[in-house]
Write a protein that binds this ligand. Structure first.
Ligand SMILES: Nc1nc2c(ncn2[C@@H]2O[C@H](COP(=O)(O)OP(=O)(O)OP(=O)(O)O)[C@@H](O)[C@H]2O)c(=O)[nH]1
Ligand SMILES: [Mg+2]
Length: 629
């Protein structure tokens, strides 16, 4: 057992085994099971978009390296992620030989579609093993495959695997041991594949299938029955809307208790520090800077996990591509392909994986538009900001008997992001010149119950990302901000709290000239600046800024009441509008630069988003003021 991405020298000599196969056949699940890694597994095509390396020791004690690759339908790559796979197996990547063994993973319930790639890869002439994965599902559906006969027909070892069950990988490991010692083989050129016409390959697939499988064309199975309802033209969109709505309701109602526990803990800790330390610079740094700042971000962990719990369940049971299918018409209306759905959905976690997932889009223009609008999807770093302002300004009451008003407002904010993304896409498509609408080619995987292990891994990874951000970027920025906000101290006879005269205070007051028209005070302006590095920091920054703005001795770990007393409703709404649009995270811009290979697009992105944010906040603020906010 080993981990992902260990230093390469230690195992450089170990033979390289590459997992290859169609999308969604279980390569990553197998990779995780064998190496103990925790890469993302989900029930739709195009989850893995990069090459990932791990290592393991076989039952006989031989060391191996294992490669997980993006799924591909064929070696004649159509999308940037398929190119990665093709280049790796063909040994076309700089400084990397072709793999020593190719393990071709196929979905046993879908051999008809999967065998074509197997035949193509075989032409590369590399040592090969076929892993008939998902045999558990195949058995349940009454699909019988004669593995021995298949092995004879293909002329390679065939093993049955169940990637999601403990021990389901054993047969594969034994087969790898059986190949030891391995001799270096060079892949034949890709031209060997293109030399054979597709029709001939298809004919061969049909011939083999007829021999080895009972060809149970399982019609009328459960997935199709569910799809009759879920993809129904009227019921389908209604179900999708209700689902989304329920998720946002849950984010608020389920999170209340754990959030109180965390903020209670932070507060108690603050009291302890206050009681145990004399008043002074260090105490202020600990209480106002670290606890006030970091604590106010930490509180949002439960909400983030609840949101992800739902996204993970929907991902793992196979609902996501259905949602893409339902939204394809809508997205087609603005000139986006349904393919853009999954990158855009990933952007709800963070725009960075979203921008990268756009690699699965074949058309370069579609890909670019998707990248450009991905940051408009509400990333999870924005959730703390929204949640804080909502909790402070939106009353927690029922509307219409069943809806929670806070949940409703959150839903609207997410919706505003989506609608504006669609509008921007429409506009960009018009200016870039539109092209022929491409039909959505999306595989609809069978539904299955979410695997607990996948959910647990997903939530754990999310929590880890969040906590490590809190512990690194956020903590650092909070400490830095505390310094900038504390020095130089207040002059003689000062009428304002010391932060007003500090470096940060001066910066905030300078920025206030620009932001006053949209209702931001100097404290908010200070918080906007570190929020550029990571959005959640804005919340922590407000925590610190207001903690230091408190005259008197009260502890300011409770940010909400301070905000509701000092901001007008118009300011609160304006700040939420700002966060729907403003480009606040530099790492997203740098990934856009990398993925588009140009500085032009990140600049364009920052420009259009700032402009949108300013206009939206201005309108929100003025309208709210007019209504007496
Ligand atoms: N029942 C069952 N489910 C499986 C098995 N292997 C994988 N799955 C499920 O199939 C889905 C796809 O698995 P992944 O490992 O993400 O597939 P992948 O081949 O890496 O997909 P891409 O990265 O998109 O190419 C997930 O929901 C897994 O839980 C299996 O042997 N049996
Ligand atoms: Mg994968």
């Amino acid at each position: 057992m080993g981990a992902v991405e260990k230093p390469a020298q230690a195992v450089a000599q170990a033979p390289m085994v590459a997992l290859l196969g169609n999308p969604n056949c279980g390569k990553t699940a197998l990779f995780n099971r064998i190496t103990g890694a925790r890469q993302k597994v989900a029930n739709y095509a195009g989850v893995t978009i990069e090459r990932k390396e791990g290592q393991f020791t076989s039952p006989d004690g031989h060391p191996f390296r294992l490669l997980d690759l993006p799924g591909a339908y064929s070696l004649s790559a159509h999308t940037p992620d398929e190119e990665i796979t093709r280049d790796v197996v063909a040994g076309l990547r700089a400084g990397e030989a072709s793999p020593d063994v190719v393990v071709c993973v196929v979905d046993a319930t879908n051999l008809r579609l999967n065998l074509r790639l197997v035949l193509e890869i075989q032409r590369l002439g590399l040592p090969m093993i076929l892993a008939l994965n998902m045999v558990d599902v195949a058995k349940k559906r009454g699909i019988v495959i004669d593995a021995d006969l298949l092995a004879r027909e293909l002329g390679m070892t065939v093993v049955e695997t169940v990637a999601v069950q403990g021990g389901g990988e054993k047969s594969l490991l034994r087969a790898l041991d059986g190949m030891w010692p391995l001799h270096e083989t060079k892949a034949r050129p890709l031209a060997a594949i293109d030399a054979v016409p597709v029709e001939e390959t298809q004919r061969e697939v049909r011939r083999i299938l007829a021999l080895v499988s009972n060809d149970s064309r399982d019609t009328g199975n459960l997935s199709e029955k569910i799809d009759d309802v879920v993809l129904h033209p009227v019921l389908g969109p209604a179900i999708l809307a209700v689902l989304m709505f329920l998720v946002f309701q849950a984010v608020f109602s389920w999170a209340a208790v754990p959030m109180e526990a965390i903020s209670g803990g932070v507060e108690a800790l603050g009291e302890m520090v206050k009681a145990g330390m004399a008043d002074g610079v260090l105490r202020s740094l600990l209480v106002d800077g670290i606890l006030g700042g970091v604590g106010s971000v930490l509180v949002f962990l439960p909400q983030i996990l609840i949101l992800f719990f739902f996204i993970l369940v929907l991902e793992d049971c196979g609902y996501l591509p259905r949602a893409a299918f339902l939204l394809d018409r809508l997205m087609g209306g603005v000139g986006l392909s349904g393919r853009a759905f999954i990158p855009l959905l990933s952007s709800f976690a963070c725009a960075i994986p979203g921008v990268m997932a756009a690699r699965t889009i074949q058309n370069p223009r579609d890909r670019l538009v998707t990248i450009m609008i991905a940051p408009l999807m509400t990333c999870s770093a924005r959730l703390p900001v929204y949640a804080l302002i909502i909790a402070a300004f939106i009353p927690n009451r029922e509307v219409g008997g069943f809806m929670n008003l806070q949940g409703l407002v959150l839903f609207c904010l997410y919706f505003a992001g989506i609608i504006s993304a669609m509008a921007v896409a429409w506009f960009m498509k018009r200016t870039l010149g539109s092209n022929r609408q491409q039909p959505l080619m999306l595989e609809l995987p069978s539904y299955h119950w979410p695997h607990l292990r996948n959910l647990a891994i997903g939530l754990w990874e999310r929590a880890k990302i969040f906590l490590s951000r809190v512990g690194t970027v956020i903590l650092t920025l909070m400490v830095l901000l505390w310094f900038l906000s504390s020095f130089p101290g207040a002059p003689e006879g000062a009428t304002h709290p010391p932060i007003y005269y500090s470096v940060a205070g001066m910066l905030g007051r300078g920025l206030e000239y620009i932001f006053a028209p949209i209702g931001f005070n100097w404290q908010i302006c200070i918080a906007l600046v570190p929020g550029m590095a990571a959005r959640e920091v804005a919340v922590g920054a407000l925590g610190t800024v207001y903690a230091l703005s408190q005259t008197g001795d009260e502890l300011a770990t409770q940010l909400e009441p301070i905000l509701s007393q000092t901001w007008s409703m118009a300011t609160a709404l304006s700040l939420m509008a700002w966060y729907v649009f403003a480009p606040q995270c530099l790492s997203t811009l740098s990934v856009v630069r990398r993925e588009t290979n140009s500085i032009r697009y990140p600049l364009m992105m920052a420009g259009y988003m700032f402009a949108l944010a300013y206009v939206a906040s201005f309108l929100t603020y003025r309208i709210a003021l007019a209504f007496g906010g």
